[in-house]
Design a binder for this molecule. Sequence first.
Ligand SMILES: [Fe+2]
Length: 383
Amino acid sequence: MGALAATAVRIRHDLHTRLLKSRARTDELFQIVREEALYDRPIAERHRIVFYIGHVEAFDWNLLSQRAFGLRSFHRTFDELFSFGIDPVGGGLPTDPPEDWPSLPEVARYRKRVREELDRAIEHALERPEEGHPHSLQMLHVAVEHRLMHAETLAYMLHRLPAGKKICGPEKVAWKAPRVKSRLVEIPAGRATLGVQHSNEHDNNLAQEKPAQENIVEFGWDNEFAAHEIAVPGFAIDSHNVTNHDFLRFIQAGGYDNRSLWSPEAWAWRTKENILHPMFWRAEGNLWLYRTMFGEIRLPLEWPVYVSHAEATAYANWLGRKLPTEAQFHRAAYGTPKNELPAQKARGGDALIRGAKRLRASAAAISIFTRGIRRRWACIPRG
Ligand SMILES: [Fe+2]
């Protein structure tokens, strides 16, 4: 086997391994749900949980089976039943009863067969990369990314399911987190590179070994292309996340009753749904409780607050600040791309890079106990 073919095999093998790992992620998530709750609908606008068990498999099958490997359908009804999620139109909610959905053993048999047939086809393709569909790598990337996106949204959906309907793992969780004092960090004006460049634009030969380069990827979603530079004026940003303690002050100051802090759409949502605090908070007398995936605990004041975009925006307005833009986030969290270093140095970029490294270190330390929790910073624009 030549060097190029060997590289193509390695790329496909890596992708197959990623697919197997992503399956393990979604399997783990479904396993935390008690069997009798698998036909529940934790979010009114979404499908019942059982749909998603079938959906992540049907998506892979519908994407890969015929186009990539020439396989024939063995269960057209399930291929179709599990093909699409829900996009509620005009506020209408789904009304299907649990009996509309197949039994768990039927869904499990479908999942098993999909995986067996696809894995066999992928293994075969690994041996003969030159015979494969020209877009089979892209399709495998899509399958992996689609499943990982569902892992993320499933985690949120299952958080909404009552704790009694879930099985907590044996691992001990350290609820304590260090208390840190946030401070404002000045970020000087500079340029941020957003988006990415596809490796095909850079070099048409996917199988060729290339050194890792900033902003050049083998796969991305269409809204990630193309790489482009943005000039970002100087600004200041908090060095740490907004905590539950910070947000509690907003609640105590009447932030949820102050219409001027909310956009008209956000205010309409807040009043219609009678939103008075973050989704997973609950007041019991004077005590605030926080609903984790597996039960309630006293509100951990030092944790980053987990809120909707509308609530985060109202909080920032209350402080007289704004949520950071994507370009500001890049400047603050990632420093600056290598190819902009000379210009940055001329503008005092060394200080920025040191500051960004400190910010990254803080973010990494915090993310140890906040995985899956949305982080919010508030920042002040500088003229
Ligand atoms: Fe999907």
